[in-house]
Design a protein around this ligand. Sequence first.
Ligand SMILES: [Zn+2]
Ligand SMILES: [Zn+2]
Length: 451
Amino acid sequence: MWYGGVSVVASSVGVMEGNLTVEQRREQIAAAREALAGFDGSLWQVPGGGGGGGGGLAGLLGEVDALGAMCEAAKVSIVAEAMERGETSEGAAAMTLTQWVRHHAPSTRAGGAGQLVAVAQEFGKPVNAPVVLAIRSGVLPVRSAAVVLAEADRLRPLLVEGAQPHVLAGLIEMAAQHGPRGCRMVRPALLARYGQDGELQTQQDVARRFVSLSQPVEDGTGTAEYRLVLDVEGKAVLEAALGPLSAPRPVQGDRDLRSCDQRRGEALVTLVRRAVAAGEQVGTNPKAQLVVTMDWESLVAGVRGAGVTVGGSDTGTILAPETVRRLACDASVVPVLLGSEGEVLDQGRAVRFFTPAQTRRLWLRDGGCTYPGCSMPPHWTDAHHLVHWADFGTSDLGNAALLCERHHTIVHSRRYAGQVVHGDAGERVEWDRTLGSYDQLLARRAAKEPA
Ligand SMILES: [Zn+2]
Ligand SMILES: [Zn+2]
């Protein structure tokens, strides 16, 4: 992964340094241009056969590409220098920096001048030294560097003290290997590792507000188009369910000719059909289980670290800790807890699920979601542990309450405490909707426990 960032960056420096004067450099640049001019005429001389040993077309492409990367790096350095000298704003016709770049580097008129300027403006700041080094050594293209700098800026206020250099190294490594997209994809991992308490959770909670499924758009061809936006949790759940259903299915030995997207689309409809047909039955489909690993400390503390999905097509999705605590409440997710050395700890606490018999009694007792004012029927609810499973809550009915997905999320994120009370009409669940009432409950329990 991205932890060894510095090593990759440092490996290709050195070769490029040297003590050339500017005049010598200009001569060599001219020589390089000459080498590339009319290139096509001599390509027939390149040996064929896949370019083993770097002598073929592949090796040549790499060499020319490395030259291109160095050209970009040189352009940023020149722009940064010109900026510092104030050259760009002098002269008869005053220009903006971007105009100046476009004027003197015509290839940037097709795009990229803005990024060149944005990166050059960040060049002088000591905190950005690793980015400058990566650009100069040709490892980090300017377009990726612009994303690294923007992303580092966004993350900076969210990090714990002293984490900035590690985060920058991680962003550089990911951007160098996978481009700007890699840089954005590593954000949750960086927040989980270096973010302030609760930061990853906050980001993922915010993302939940953007979840949507559009109305169908029909164009008369017999198809309907939807736009679906999910948060990482929704994606992990959907992918875990779609995985086994969307695998290719050969018919009598013939290859499944459906495209991947077609198989996924059909699997989604199958999934909905099954869910509707399951009706009022207890139980889940074991094939659709989502497995999440998380270290024990993070699960108990609930603010730091993160859970990571494993298995299936969606391995590696990072889930915020409170999300994993909520998911661990219900049987559709299997949490695998890891110790400090990565060893599996889960074995001793296997009784995490309410049994089907318990669940049936719970359905009778609660009759649906227990959140005040909610009318979601029992077969669309989760069985929540009133004292969370992660806090050593037991899987018995005195510690259980039915909650729909939405209210389950609210109860966990606002940390509401619930309790089973015995009234005239039998047992029912009562919720204390004071923010953090659950933490007060935990404190009272801890005080009662003998030391
Ligand atoms: Zn729960
Ligand atoms: Zn509800």
